[in-house]
Design a protein around this ligand. Structure first.
Ligand code: 13P
Ligand code: SF4
Length: 327
């Protein structure tokens, strides 16, 4: 039997005559498998997926799928969330090294210490966290539902929000709350350069600036619209403007271009001026790894049963609240 190797993915050579798209579809059919992909995946993966969505939509979809195998083309915490929601299913991620710098900025033992130092708080965690951090959490949020879920608590509720300080301070600003923030960030969104955004605004004076709330305050303040991946796409589709400066991972532009072929989407470079607006973790998944992952049914996500039992509660709370809020 093929084992997951120490490099986190199946490195078996794919024969040159294999048509990857056809072979992946065939394997999915044979094995009753579905492919879920985040908008930050490479174009071919988005195109072959059964479902493409943002973090909230992927969790909602995972919760209701009837397939036997679920391949999460995204990062590790997304695979974990799917496994927590469907513990009886086989959940695969093409490359287990697909981590998340934001989730890594909040190790569970440090978060636990922080919570002990601040007793009496309700703990709201962004979905970009490990399963272990979710066990310490009262309710999970994504960037799509964070504002509404925070607002669903009484105004004087003492809240700790982790791990993203940019999303947290944005939610504080739009809700007038004063949540205590964990000091974490995402390496992609944190490094977008305000100067690059301003330069592009000068170059394309008609363009609207669409920004993900994981970006810094200085950029958010210079944006026309701030929202989750799904909200940014929706805004672009519904807008009568023709040009948009996109301040988030550039993978989202694929869906925007598909849905709005007559509009122009301009990516922004990061702080160092280099156009590295791709999440290096998300982009570890490739069509070859996806093919091998389906073929060998590896690498698989495993989570300790006790962690699963505790972590499902704040995720389920989020899904229930989102359903009530019509999100
Ligand atoms: P959303 O999918 O919630 O917009 O989050 C973006 C992200 O960084 C995913 O890792
Ligand atoms: Fe994590 Fe940032 Fe990559 Fe999203 S873009 S998966 S937050 S590192």
């Amino acid at each position: 039997m093929v084992q997951t190797n120490s490099i986190g993915y199946i490195n078996a050579p794919v024969p040159k005559d294999v048509d990857l798209k056809e072979a992946i579809k065939k394997l999915c059919k044979e094995k009753n498998a579905v492919i879920l992909a985040h908008y930050y995946q490479e174009k071919d993966i988005q195109d072959i997926a059964d479902f493409v969505g943002d973090s909230l939509a992927l969790a909602q979809w995972a919760a209701k799928t009837e397939a036997d195998i679920l391949v999460m083309c995204g990062v590790h915490f997304m695979g974990e969330t799917a496994k927590i929601l469907c513990p009886e299913k086989k959940v695969l991620v093409p490359d287990l090294n697909a981590g998340c710098s934001l989730a890594d900025s909040c190790p569970a033992f440090e978060f636990e210490k922080f919570l002990k130092e601040h007793p009496g708080y309700t703990v709201i965690s962004y979905v970009n966290t490990s399963a272990a951090v979710k066990t310490l959490t009262d309710i999970v949020v994504t960037s799509t539902n964070a504002k509404q879920i925070v607002e669903s608590f009484p105004e004087d509720e003492k809240i700790i929000f982790g791990p993203d300080r940019n999303l947290g301070s944005y939610i504080n600003a739009v809700t007038g709350r004063n949540m205590l923030l964990w000091d974490g960030a995402c390496h992609v969104h944190e490094n977008f350069s305000l100067q690059s955004v301003l330069d592009l605004k000068n170059k394309y004076p008609e363009a609207l600036v669409l920004t993900h709330p994981e970006c810094k305050k200085s950029i958010i303040e210079n944006s026309d619209f701030v929202g989750s991946t799904a909200a940014l796409i929706k805004f672009a589709v519904n807008s009568d403007k023709k040009q948009f400066i996109i301040v988030t991972e550039s993978g989202v532009i694929h869906e925007m271009e598909k849905r709005c072929p007559d509009k122009e989407f301009i990516p922004v470079s990061t702080e160092d001026g280099v156009s590295c607006n791709e999440c290096k973790y998300m982009r570890l998944n490739t069509m070859e790894k996806l093919y091998n992952c389906l073929k060998f049914e590896l690498p698989e996500i495993f989570i300790d049963k006790e962690i699963c039992r505790k972590a499902i509660k704040p995720i389920q709370r989020m899904l229930d609240k989102s359903a009530k809020l019509g999100l």
